[in-house]
Design a protein around this ligand. Structure first.
Ligand code: FAD
Length: 402
């Protein structure tokens, strides 16, 4: 069991009302911080806050449903063809990832499975390749160079872009576990099986706590002057003003020969991510219409199978190891909602859609810095944070697509 963080408090209205009120009235910039959600963002931010000496409690409804355990773990701002402020955020995060991972590995004693292996995006023509939004960041490949990088690639791919600076991390088997252990080692307190039912405010303006249902039963109020909303795809259930919607994704993995593929292969609508041990992670469907409908579907799995045959025909014969699904936290412009929320004392770290693994390092830094630096942070980081305010304008076109 994780040790209790010094200074962390878990008070219930009624039994301990005076203390609870006192805590709720403290300055949010010194107060213990509640992390609402124990997925990738919850853990990454808890880790950064704990390293800065803050008392942190993570309230997690269900560890296993976190998209952090679902994702393929691509670190791909260039291969994804991101643009504008999201590309800048992604590149800033990519730059920080080696040091971020080193800190998690040092605090946990566990490897995170970071693999700076490069990512290749294939195209059917050179013209298509040259029009790719991030083409300027990649090395152009013709068919023979493509075959050298990706032996066995399907015949219809005639050219490609190699983004050697992109890579992958084994989020599902390694990073999430290492983050949990690093947090526990730094004194972060965990409440697994605790669902936050409601945010409690004073006059709708200032956070005073949350109402929670615990795994053992019963509802409780936990007083808090500072909290971070990191509930992933479920975030709008607590704060309906947030434009966050689930985008379901189905995945599978195959066991290939070790080193059959060295680079990630990022095709249109499907990608193949080779882990060090020969496991090939295959993703992913994109099903906004599915809402929170759980489970695999024959159509989804067939789509992945067809994608494998198209990208790397020989892999269609490799044995499937696992099939799973999860929910991306989508937003109208596919970029996260970061920074202060509509309630004083409540911070937002949600809506990371399909790039949350990539963006975890920068998100944790920006949010921890803003919380500990009385709200603003400074310089370049403050500017980055400002670009992802939750109430930025979303165009009609992007809103319709969400
Ligand atoms: C199929 C798929 C493939 C992906 N591939 C990649 C990739 O290759 N690269 C990449 O960068 N990103 C990828 N992503 C995106 C990435 O996984 C997410 O952006 C990221 O995990 C979001 O982190 P999060 O902490 O916001 O949400 P999650 O990791 O989903 O965590 C949210 C947590 O909040 C908890 N919670 C929800 N409501 C409550 C409540 N009321 N009370 C308490 N707890 C609550 C949930 O139980 C959950 O554990 C992928 C996602 C999917 C689904």
């Amino acid at each position: 069991m994780a040790p209790t963080a010094p200074g962390s408090q878990d008070l219930e209205w009624g039994a301990a009302e005076p203390e609870a009120r006192a805590l709720a009235g403290t300055d949010p910039h010194d107060a213990p911080v509640l992390l609402l959600g124990g997925g990738l963002m919850g853990l990454a931010i808890a880790h950064q806050l704990a390293r800065r000496g803050r008392a942190v409690t993570v309230l997690s409804r269900r560890r296993s449903e976190a998209a952090g355990f679902v994702a393929a773990g691509m670190l791909a701002p260039h291969a994804e063809g991101l643009a504008g402020p999201l590309l800048a955020l992604g590149r800033a995060s990519l730059e920080r990832i080696p040091a971020w991972v080193a800190r998690i590995e040092a605090d946990s004693g566990l490897p995170c499975g970071l693999r700076p292996c490069g990512i290749v995006v294939p195209f059917t023509s050179a013209a298509e390749r040259d029009a790719y939004p991030t083409a300027a960041y990649g090395l152009p490949l013709d068919r023979s160079a493509l075959e050298r990088e990706l032996p066995g690639i399907g015949p219809r791919w005639r050219s490609g872009l190699l983004f050697a600076q992109d890579g992958q991390i084994d989020n599902r088997r390694r990073l999430m576990r290492a983050l949990e252990r690093a947090c526990a080692a730094l004194g972060v307190r965990f409440e697994e099986g605790s669902e936050v039912l409601e945010l409690l405010t004073e006059d709708d303006r200032r956070l005073r706590g949350v109402r929670v249902r615990r795994a053992e039963g019963g509802e409780h109020v936990i007083a808090a002057a500072a909290a971070v909303l990191a509930c992933g795809a479920w975030s709008a259930r607590l704060l309906p003003a947030l434009p966050v919607r689930p985008v379901k994704g189905q995945m599978l993995s195959l066991q290939g020969p070790r080193a059959a593929l060295e680079r990630v292969l990022f095709g249109p609508g499907i990608y193949l991510v080779p882990r060090q041990d020969g496991l090939l992670v295959v993703g992913a469907t994109s099903e906004p219409e599915a809402g929170f409908e759980p489970g695999l579907t024959p159509e989804g799995q067939k789509q992945l199978q067809q994608g494998i045959a198209d990208l790397l025909p020989e892999a269609a014969l490799w044995p499937p190891m696992e099939r799973w699904w999860g929910f991306r936290p989508g937003t109208p412009d596919e970029a996260p909602l970061l920074g202060p929320g509509p309630i004083d004392g409540l911070w937002l770290a949600t809506g990371h859609y399909r790039n949350g693994v990539l963006l975890a390092a920068i998100t944790a830094e920006l949010i921890a810095e803003a919380i500990t630096a009385a709200g603003q942070g400074s310089g370049a980081n403050a500017a980055l944070l400002a670009a992802f305010r939750w109430d930025r304008p979303f165009s009609a076109a992007t809103a319709a697509a969400a």
